[in-house]
Ligand binder design. Structure first.
Ligand code: SAM
Ligand code: SF4
Length: 373
């Protein structure tokens, strides 16, 4: 689907590559060029180094968030999903090529029956500096949190788009008391107490759905002691309902968050950070983040690589082409060197930017849940 988008885009930082390029402007690159220039490091043709792996371990989920998964979303066949051994092999080889941080994600990673083995396996990889996980928090009982930490998980990011139960139920399409805003807020509190942090909480803000929740979430962040990160709605929903009119831009999000207290801008922690940070003037240790891929794109310093649960390499969240790794993983004659070559080539082809605002932008077929957020 192509659409013309008219949005107010802020000028980019000098270090960030141009974002609004069209698909036809993306450079053609060759593996020969890649391997001569940068042997054995995950580096792309725009000079970016990959240090962060988003490892999706399942495309299944116990919720159906309106911005992510339609109720009748098609899941991948079970046999097409990577086994624990395959997931760990990919993670190991990415680390051998310079990845330092691994985020376990999905779908909802906590519905995976072998989650503990995956966390433990990833944490045991020599060279991994950080093991984090993103979860909707519905299964984050006190016992589960202790087990995840015991297995080697360092940090948790929750998703919570609303503190109001009615809005939570509407946005997650869940009416079960077990999957409530209250249950997730309790789980966030337990994770903070347990030291699985800094605990972060993602909230996708959508016009007409939950923009009024921004100050409430900011107040909750102050009360419990987590970092809330407001995310602009991206065209990655399985219903393909994204429309510019549903976007609440970062500028408005920041204004609304200021209702919870005066904010002071702190910029990005690192060039590659997705989030711009603010702190409260009267509570400088409480951080508020804004992730604005649409109106303040940050692709120019991207350090991320995604592996889907069914074994595809996605160099970019918005990649239209994927590179198959699963066939190689399931061929007994495949050497580690061959897997490395596939990873190196895929990363070299990483597109410069997502091009959401370009006239020829095409939404990827896969929703966020099948890519790994
Ligand atoms: N199920 C887990 C969760 O919700 O935290 C992990 C996977 S989810 C796909 C990862 C993150 O992607 C969540 O924080 C979610 O809010 C975000 N996300 C999903 N669809 C999105 C969209 N269309 N635009 C922006 N963020 C989105
Ligand atoms: Fe499930 Fe997470 Fe997608 Fe919501 S955002 S439907 S919790 S995968």
């Amino acid at each position: 689907m192509s659409r013309a988008v008219s949005l107010h885009i802020l000028p980019q930082q000098a270090t960030h590559a141009s974002e609004g390029q069209s698909a036809s402007e993306r450079p053609e690159v060759t593996s020969a060029a890649r391997s001569t220039d940068h042997p054995r490091r995950l580096i792309d043709s725009h000079g970016r180094t990959i240090r962060d792996l988003r490892l999706s371990i399942t495309d299944r989920c116990n919720l159906r968030c309106v911005y992510c998964m339609e109720p009748d979303v098609q899941f991948a066949r079970r046999e097409s999903l990577l086994s624990v051994a395959e997931l760990l092999r990919v993670a190991r080889q990415c680390v051998a090529l310079g990845v330092e941080h691994i985020r376990i994600t999905g779908g909802e990673p906590t519905v995976h029956p072998d989650l503990l083995a995956i966390i433990a396996g990833v944490a045991a990889i020599d060279g991994v500096r950080d093991v984090a996980m993103t979860t909707n928090g519905c299964l984050a009982s006190a016992e589960a949190l202790r087990n995840w930490k015991g297995a080697g998980l360092r940090r948790l990011t929750f998703s919570l788009d609303s503190v109001s139960e009615a809005t939570f139920a509407r946005m997650t399409r869940s009416n079960s008391p077990a999957n409530s805003a209250g249950a997730v807020i309790a789980a966030i509190g337990r994770a903070v107490e347990l030291g699985l942090g800094p605990v972060k909480v993602n909230a996708v803000i959508i016009r007409g759905q939950n923009e009024d929740e921004v100050p409430k979430l900011a107040r909750l962040a102050r009360a419990i002691g987590f970092e809330v990160r407001f995310i602009e709605f991206m065209p990655l929903d399985s219903g393909h309902r994204w429309d510019p009119s549903l976007l609440v831009p970062a500028s408005e999000i920041i204004d609304r968050a200021s209702e919870a207290g005066e904010l002071v801008a702190h910029g990005r922690d690192a060039d590659s950070s997705t989030s711009e940070t603010f702190v409260f003037r009267d509570a400088p240790d409480v951080r508020i983040g804004v992730i604005a891929p649409v109106t303040r794109p940050f692709c120019g310093a991207c350090s991320r690589l995604r592996i889907t649960a069914d074994g595809k390499i996605r160099p970019c969240l918005f990649s239209l082409a994927e590179v198959d790794l699963r066939s190689a993983l399931r061929d007994v004659s495949t050497t580690d060197e061959h897997i490395e070559a596939i990873l190196l080539d895929a990363v070299w082809s990483k597109q410069r930017g997502h091009g959401i605002t370009a006239p020829d932008f095409r939404q990827p077929d896969r929703p966020m849940s099948a890519i790994g957020g």
